[in-house]
Write a new protein. Structure first.
Length: 415
């Protein structure tokens, strides 16, 4: 559960002092008294702005870390997919090698059977020779009745010798070739299995990293949500500061106007003009807030956050894409109540048009604000220049309309 931000003591004091007096009573206070309240509010607002900026920086870092962790996680997913494909290939190799080994084992059995058959044939001949008595090759030849018989006997003996030699060589060949092939297949199978085990270890290591990264991303997502909630609370607090400051400025103007009227009544000089004659918005369309028409690059309402890609983010204004340095114009007569860095808006101007109506102009370039807090501005007057400060991905004007401090769709207010 996200903790709500504790309002600083100085803020509480300022708000309490503002609530302690009705509007008429405040109007009757001296300008010095109101100035003191404004100074207190300025200090409290500065502290709150610093906290808001720190939170934005933390949020930006968390989102950066989350994006990197998500990128790492996607890389791990890809590696696991590749390892999975490699394991499938190795499984196929194991199946093929096992099949080859079985085939070679059968061939070896067949060869051994052939060797056994040849051995049996040789043994049968030896047995026959033993039973009939040993007759040498010379005796066989010398027993020939004529030369033709001698040649026939010689050819027969030669054939027998060649046959015996071939039998012995075939036996040796069958034994050596098949045994060698079986040894090689066994070695190949062992290598493939070892490679499979190593690859499987890599996969398990990647899966462990995957689980670790998922925990990190989940933790960062939780932290991001907490910071976003805190940031929203701080943004709401800053809006309240702006409203309080605007009210105090008006009260100061009323006090100064009352003092001027009293002085005039006594015949004294009325002094310089103040913001007592502040504008009051009475309805109608606003002027276009840029010197040139620009495309709307993001609408008011729910959208995909351009910074972190998160769906469901609420956009409190409209974005108008324009080059850096393009003049930003006041949409209506009013009094500037903010002209400074403003949390995620970067450099920002807020104009109070009276009647609870504000317009906000965000992401102004550094050095691009040309008005100051308390300035009275008129419709179409240049107040700033386009930039991309704060939480922005490129040059544009973020334009808001707020009614009683709450953002509303600006489009119906523009011509």
């Amino acid at each position: 559960m996200v903790k709500k931000i504790a309002v600083p003591l100085a803020v509480s004091a300022v708000l309490a002092s503002a609530l302690a007096f009705p509007a008429a009573g405040l109007a009757g206070q001296t300008a010095d008294s109101i100035n003191q309240q404004l100074n207190d509010l300025k200090k409290a607002k500065s502290a709150a702005q610093k906290k808001a900026t720190d939170t934005q920086n933390q949020l930006a870092q968390v989102q950066k870390d989350k994006a990197q962790s998500s990128k790492d996680l996607n890389s791990i997913y890809s590696q696991i997919d590749e390892i999975g494909k490699k394991l499938t290939d190795l499984n196929n190799q194991i199946d093929k090698t096992t099949g080859d080994l079985e085939t070679n084992a059968k061939q070896l059995d067949d060869a051994q059977n052939r060797v056994a058959a040849r051995d049996q044939m040789l043994k049968s001949r030896l047995r026959l020779m033993y039973m009939n008595g040993f007759v040498s090759y010379a005796e066989v030849l010398m027993s020939a009745t004529n030369f033709g018989d001698f040649l026939d006997r010689f050819d027969a003996l030669k054939s027998i010798l060649n046959q015996d030699k071939e039998i012995l060589e075939s036996n040796k060949r069958d034994r050596d070739v098949i045994a060698d092939k079986k040894t090689k297949v066994e070695q190949q199978l062992a290598q493939v299995k070892q490679l499979y085990d190593q690859t499987n270890d890599v996969k398990e290591s990647l899966q462990a990293k995957e689980r670790e990264k998922e925990v990190v991303v989940a933790s960062l997502s939780k932290k991001e949500k907490e910071l976003e909630d805190i940031s929203q609370d701080q943004q709401d607090e800053l809006v309240k500061f702006a409203a309080q400051e605007s009210a105090l400025l008006k009260q100061k103007a009323a006090a100064e106007a009352a003092a001027a009227a009293a002085a005039k009544k006594k015949g004294q000089s009325g002094g310089k003009s103040t913001i007592a004659d502040a504008f009051t918005y009475s309805g109608g369309k606003f002027g276009y807030p840029l010197a040139k028409q620009a495309p709307m690059t993001s609408d008011f309402g729910v959208r995909v956050d351009p910074i972190n890609g998160k769906e469901g983010a609420f956009h409190t204004g409209i974005d108008l894409g324009a080059p850096q340095g393009t003049d930003i114009l006041a949409a209506e007569n009013g009094v500037v109540i903010v002209a400074s860095w403003w949390s995620g808006y970067g450099n920002c101007v807020i104009i109070d048009h009276g009647g609870g109506v504000w317009t906000l102009y965000g992401h102004i370039r550094d050095g691009g604000i040309v008005v100051e807090k308390g300035d009275k501005v008129k419709r179409g007057q240049k107040i700033a220049e386009v930039g991309h400060t704060g939480r922005a991905t490129g040059n544009h004007l973020h334009f808001e309309v707020r009614i009683n401090e709450k953002p509303v769709d600006p489009k119906p207010y523009l011509r």
